[in-house]
Design a protein around this ligand. Structure first.
Ligand SMILES: [Zn+2]
Length: 89
């Protein structure tokens, strides 16, 4: 058995994380712990685009496999102004 410090050194000072110790994220709506990756597509207008043409920018978010709710914790805050990924049942 090696100490936590030795483990830490073995990983070049990077923190060694045991996934079993980590908190599982549950859907804030139905408490389900499985998620599908889906995309929100943001439009970059031509004026702001480096190419001068509108660009579609897919942003991955995770929705609950049961109720398709996108928990706030997984949804980038800066997207909240315009997008409403969460469905109200
Ligand atoms: Zn859910």
């Amino acid at each position: 058995m090696i100490s936590a410090n030795q483990l830490k050194n073995a990983f070049n000072g990077q923190l060694n994380i045991n996934p079993g110790d980590l908190k599982t994220l549950n859907c804030e709506n139905c408490n389900n712990d499985k998620f599908d990756q889906v995309f929100i597509i943001k439009k970059i207008p031509a004026l702001l685009s480096p190419t001068g043409k509108q660009i579609l920018l897919p942003i991955p978010v995770f929705e609950c496999t049961e109720c398709h709710h996108v928990s706030k914790e997984m949804f980038p805050e800066e997207l909240e102004k315009n997008a409403t990924p969460a469905k109200t049942n």
